[in-house]
Design a protein around this ligand. Structure first.
Ligand code: MLT
Length: 302
């Protein structure tokens, strides 16, 4: 009998897959495997009974990877399982930012039940004139599961798509070349693009990649979308770049007190992958990975 702790992480559709060989336990102390979504495992003592942690999502920054490696705990994630949910959110956010929708909606709401609101709108709406995304340049940094879907969708919306990923395979690059222009350097993306969306993990190399130096080479008024991790952006530099107009708008899926409420920032409460479909897909993949590992010793990331 394997004991599984779910840390409120997974959809019922995943739990249904567990056979009678599994028991769901609340207690972390004698669990054999953990499934976690966004809660942090960093401060928890890993019990000797623990052999695997499955992250129902792509990022693994809430899991103490070094501690797990030392203790022989295998860590799984579910790459691609929520990619469509994130892609749809990125495209929606891109249009929301380009069309000043948040500013417009906030202003209408601030009018309250004013009977003159329709007349006021006619006077005010010139302040919210937006830009169409057709023909504009979108830079996609990171061409993994999410980046590729975003690039494809943006291409279908007639954007000119630039992609950058130093780790992409030749085959994948060839397929993508039908609808994106491969950039040889990040600088090219920074220099050329009107919109930049980032889909890379938070690592020592990517932390703080949006900073004064990189803002410097970007176009004035560039829109930056961050559905990766907030560590990729140096907050104080972003605030300065928003203030000077270098960055026109910053959409972030990570509520961060440093930038929340700053003019030009659209903060989304980590909803990128919060769809019932994405949650189900992640749960199913995580449960299958764990069962295959616990029963057959197989390690897989699909
Ligand atoms: C992920 O790592 O997959 C995303 O942050 C989405 C999420 O976990 O909600």
């Amino acid at each position: 009998m394997f004991k599984i702790n779910c840390m409120n992480a997974i959809a019922n559709v995943g739990l249904d897959l567990f056979t009678d060989n599994y028991e769901l336990v609340d207690n972390f102390n004698d669990t054999n495997a953990v499934i976690v979504r966004s809660s942090s495992v960093h401060d928890l003592e890993l019990p000797p009974s623990l052999v695997a942690i499955a992250r129902a999502g792509a990022g693994v920054n809430n899991i103490p990877l070094d501690k797990c490696a030392e203790s022989g705990v295998v860590v799984f994630n579910t790459p691609g399982a929520n990619a469509n949910g994130v892609k749809e959110m990125v495209i929606a956010s891109l249009i929301i930012a380009a069309r000043n929708i948040v500013g417009g909606v906030n202003w209408v709401n601030s009018c309250g039940p004013d009977p003159e609101v329709a007349k006021l709108v006619e006077k005010k709406k010139s302040k919210f004139v937006g830009k169409e995304i057709k023909g504009r340049k979108l830079g996609v940094i990171g061409l993994g599961a999410v980046g590729v879907l975003v690039a494809n969708a943006a291409n279908k919306l007639d954007m000119e798509v630039y992609g950058y990923d130093p780790f992409i395979s030749v085959d994948a690059a060839w397929n993508l070349s039908k609808y994106i222009k491969h950039s040889k350097s990040l600088d090219e993306i920074f220099r050329e693009c009107d919109f930049i969306t980032v889909h890379v993990p938070s690592t020592d190399e990517t932390k703080g990649m949006f900073n004064n130096e990189t803002f410097e080479i970007m176009k004035d008024g560039v829109v930056i979308l961050n559905f990766s991790r907030d560590t990729l952006v140096r907050d104080e530099d972003m605030i300065e770049a928003l203030g000077s107009g270098k960055v026109g708008s910053y959409v972030t899926d990570f509520p961060n007190p440093m930038v929340c409420g700053v003019e030009g920032v659209i903060t989304i409460p980590h909803l990128g992958a919060s769809t019932s479909e994405s949650e189900d897909n992640c749960a199913v993949m995580a449960v299958r990975q764990l069962m295959d590992y616990l029963e057959n010793g197989n390690i897989r990331n699909s």
